[in-house]
Design a protein around this ligand. Structure first.
Ligand SMILES: C[S@@+](CC[C@H](N)C(=O)[O-])C[C@H]1O[C@@H](n2cnc3c(N)ncnc32)[C@H](O)[C@@H]1O
Length: 292
């Protein structure tokens, strides 16, 4: 009997589906055009393994068939699955806590003054995944400003992935995720679910501050109002350089003068927009007040 340890280490399982360079290029181009994704040739094996399960689900026998399908109008229904397979929805409550500290202690005092002067306050969680980021923003607002609901303060939460937005709206999370929520915020945001002891939900007054919507960051944005704070964390990392630079510029336009932009730990501001921001903390930027 051959022992596992006796097998040469470089033997990989045979590929079930042929995957040519032309197939890879077609998928990479579509993912870039539709979603701004940047798939280098070195990611070919990863793309194969992520999409092979889509071929199985669709009962297709080759990448060639899959590529032909995703270019048809009927095949557009597959695009969100393709995006989900090639990116990750991983998130958690209070991820990158320094952003919530900055929101609570530096930004909220400014926003409370603005709200008390009768002006509206808008925050945007722009790649919100299953909603934890947006709910943490709302809980941070309520912690700083328990009266928030008497003012016009809202968090818009968007993502391109309709399925993950369904989870965000449902606001039902396994109890293991409680560990990431500091005790003070558990009181503000956590609520038990009577018939589901293994899960919790988010308190109604926190949920009331958040509105969810589907939005592809690389397409047009319908929102007219400017934002005081934008979180765009751990999504731009998938985009090519031009898409990233363009996105930072659009965020700069979408922010109020002096507004704040929070980005992910491995992301950097780039392109001409970078000069319109100053760093005020770890991956935290404030729009420089050049325009009214
Ligand atoms: C890793 S999650 C980040 C969630 C959260 N912002 C955080 O940092 O924990 C990345 C999210 O970006 C979303 N995304 C990827 N491309 C997008 C695009 N073109 N427009 C909007 N959202 C996108 C994905 O659907 C996914 O939910």
């Amino acid at each position: 009997m051959t022992q596992l340890s006796a097998l040469p280490l470089d033997v990989s399982p045979p590929q079930a589906y042929a995957f040519s360079d032309a197939d890879f290029t077609m998928i990479a181009e579509l993912a870039n055009r539709k979603f701004g994704l940047h798939l280098q040739t070195s990611k070919k094996a990863l793309v194969y393994s992520r999409l092979a399960r889509r071929l199985r689900a669709l009962q297709m026998d080759s990448f060639n068939t899959y590529c032909a399908f995703i270019q048809t109008s009927k095949g557009e229904t597959e695009h969100p699955h393709l995006l989900s397979a090639l990116t990750t929805n991983v998130t958690h409550f209070f991820r990158e806590m320094h952003h919530f500290d900055a929101l609570r202690h530096k930004i909220m005092p400014e926003l409370i003054e603005k709200a008390q002067a009768g002006r509206s306050i808008r925050l945007w969680s722009s790649a919100c995944s299953s909603g934890q980021e947006a709910y943490c923003m709302a809980a941070t607002i309520l912690d700083a400003f328990p009266d928030a609901q008497r003012h016009d303060i809202k968090v818009l939460a968007t993502d391109v992935d309709a399925a993950i937005l369904g989870q965000a709206r449902a606001a039902r999370y396994p109890n293991e995720q409680l560990n990431a929520i500091p005790p003070v915020f558990r009181d503000i945001m956590v609520s038990k679910i009577a018939d589901s002891p293994d899960h919790f939900t988010v308190q109604q007054n926190v949920r009331a501050i958040v509105t969810f919507g589907q939005l592809n960051l690389i397409e047009a944005w319908p929102m007219k109002r400017k934002f005081d704070v934008i979180f765009c964390r751990n999504a731009a990392i998938y985009f090519d350089k031009d898409t990233q630079s363009n996105l930072w510029a659009r965020f700069e336009q979408a922010l109020t003068p002096g507004g704040y932009l929070m980005i992910g730990h491995s992301e950097r501001l780039s392109g001409p927009a970078a000069q319109h921001f100053k760093s005020t903390g770890i991956t935290t930027y404030q729009k420089i007040n050049t325009t009214a």
